[in-house]
Design a binder for this molecule. Sequence first.
Ligand SMILES: Cc1cc2nc3c(=O)[nH]c(=O)nc-3n(C[C@H](O)[C@H](O)[C@H](O)COP(=O)(O)OP(=O)(O)OC[C@H]3O[C@@H](n4cnc5c(N)ncnc54)[C@H](O)[C@@H]3O)c2cc1C
Length: 414
Amino acid sequence: MDAENSSFFNFIIVGAGPAGLTAGIIAARLGFTSIILEKGRLAGPNPRGEGMAHMPIVDEILGEGFLPSIGFKSNGGRVWHSPNDLQITTTYKGYDHYFFEWREFIDRFTEVANDLGVKISFNSTVIEPIEKHGITLGVKYKSMDGQIQEVFGNAVLDCSGFKGVIGKRYGIDYAKMNCPIIKCLISNANFDIKENPDLEFYFIGNGDLGYSLNFPPCVAYFFPLENRRAEVGLMLRMAQVPNMNTVKIPNNEEILRVWNEIKQNYPGFSVFFKNCNIDYEEITSLPNAKMAEKFVPNPGVVLLGDSAGFVNPFGSSGLFYSMEMAKFWVSMITQDLEALIKLNKSKIDINENLWTFNKIEKYTIKFEEQDVYKEVKNMYNLIGAFEYKIFNRLRTSDKINKKWDYIASLLNQA
Ligand SMILES: Cc1cc2nc3c(=O)[nH]c(=O)nc-3n(C[C@H](O)[C@H](O)[C@H](O)COP(=O)(O)OP(=O)(O)OC[C@H]3O[C@@H](n4cnc5c(N)ncnc54)[C@H](O)[C@@H]3O)c2cc1C
């Protein structure tokens, strides 16, 4: 382990998703070096989010006008369907929302990063952190040729998504944070975008599905794309499950079996599938049950984006939040890093000074003072109370439908 003589970057970024690429772009713009290690052969190899609000950070990172150029605009409406599609409530976010194709979105990050000279190493699977005296100084990764390589830096940013390869090593319990989700892309979908321009969510309570009575509460979703394409799927809501003895945690086979039934029969939702083609379908996960307890699980490591559970669990949106989180932490760390570099210390001395207990506490407090953190925390609290009331206490279609007016008033706060 030789941080002085090996390949060295200010930031070692694990994963080229929105969090990792934003981190690399911000670091480069501030004059710092980084390497992004991505296990796939291209950025974000598996499609994830395909809709987001048009917030200033999108223009800042990807360029003004980029988001409108790849997507179509909705007015931020969200249509919430009660179980069995008996009642509907629509809420509005009050800002422009764009739907787009993941590949076009994520490739733009790569383009911007490349233009700034950020080093991106594809087919590089990070395996574990490298530590000295309790500080993480780098990572080991398997490169394209199968060799195990080491790389060192001032900070390791775990942007590897919901499995958090580095976070897991430092005790982050992703099983408690993640919820299974089915992502499915369909074409020739049975809808007219003029009538369905919004995100649509269908609540399904525990005990409502005759073919799987112990299935966890879940939400089927429909997000329109252009040319009669749509993103559809099923989010399992696991936060209340530990307190619900009528729920059995399903394996992937059971999730797929239920999903197939929902596609064919679920009131309202199954209509979208009539004569459609299924272009993509996978079971993945999303951190929707809780945030990571620490964003710096070990001196030298910061969790960003999904690996930190930094997602708005109402609507499962994480694109904006992962970008904001990455920007904030990189900007904050570089301020101290710049001052330490000016003192002309050795690389190891710099890391020891950058990652003292007091500095970690300072970084964490500063982040927790940000509006974006407060918003995500608030949303987790709100969804906790919401899911307790609806999915745990009321639980079934009959009871949820009887209280729908009250539920609609809660949804207006989300
Ligand atoms: C089905 C689904 C739909 C969603 N819809 C929306 C939406 O409409 N709007 C929205 O805002 N959000 C949505 N989200 C959430 C959003 O996509 C995520 O919050 C966001 O992608 C998080 O970005 P990230 O960079 O933290 O992680 P990711 O996007 O998951 O990127 C992680 C990257 O790390 C790489 N990686 C993983 N392990 C390793 C390793 N060991 N070594 C090297 N690289 C590694 C991966 O290949 C990947 O490229 C959705 C998520 C899912 C799953």
